[in-house]
Design a protein around this ligand. Structure first.
Ligand code: FES
Length: 160
């Protein structure tokens, strides 16, 4: 190799090196950014769930007489959200929103405590939907229940 060739190559390598380095940094930075976004996006979607439009259903058949035994409850579909129907020990039906007012988990009936319970963070509501323990900040929306023949019909309260 002649010294002239070596001298000619050095400047070209020096000239290409910053370009390669910038390209490698660009790829690495893009990869890190994509990794960070793919990690943070699901967390953000979990913490801020998308608003679901209410389908406007004001009345649904939540079940049939005989579906529930006393001191038990069931979750039913009310539009695009869950509701909970409870048959108390006294034989009264209670219905309320099944969506916890804390972070929107679906609640369930606890026959042992005679309360509505949210398993996500141990929140409790009484059978009138009032938040009585745990983190839920507001009561559950209470619904009216009508027994029409064999059907148990749940209506949203108007103006309540
Ligand atoms: S979501 Fe129900 S207590 Fe937190």
């Amino acid at each position: 190799m002649c010294p002239k060739d070596s001298a000619a190559q050095v400047p070209r390598e020096v000239a290409q090196s910053p370009v390669r380095r910038r390209f490698a940094e660009f790829l690495l930075g893009g990869g890190l950014l994509a990794s960070a976004i793919s990690f943070l996006y699901p967390i953000l979607r979990y913490l801020v769930p998308p608003a679901q439009p209410d389908l406007g259903t004001d009345s649904v058949v939540a079940g049939r007489v005989g579906d529930l035994r006393r001191n038990s409850g069931k979750v039913f579909r009310f539009g695009n959200r869950p509701g909970i129907l409870v048959l108390t020990e006294n034989g009264d039906y209670k219905a309320m929103s099944g969506v916890c007012t804390h972070l929107n988990c679906t609640v369930q009936y606890r026959p042992d405590l005679r309360q509505v319970w949210c398993a996500c963070h141990n929140g409790f509501y009484d059978l009138n939907g009032r938040n009585v323990a745990g983190p839920p900040p507001r009561p559950l929306e209470l619904y009216e229940v009508h027994v029409r023949g064999e059907e148990i019909v749940v209506d949203r309260r108007r103006g309540a």
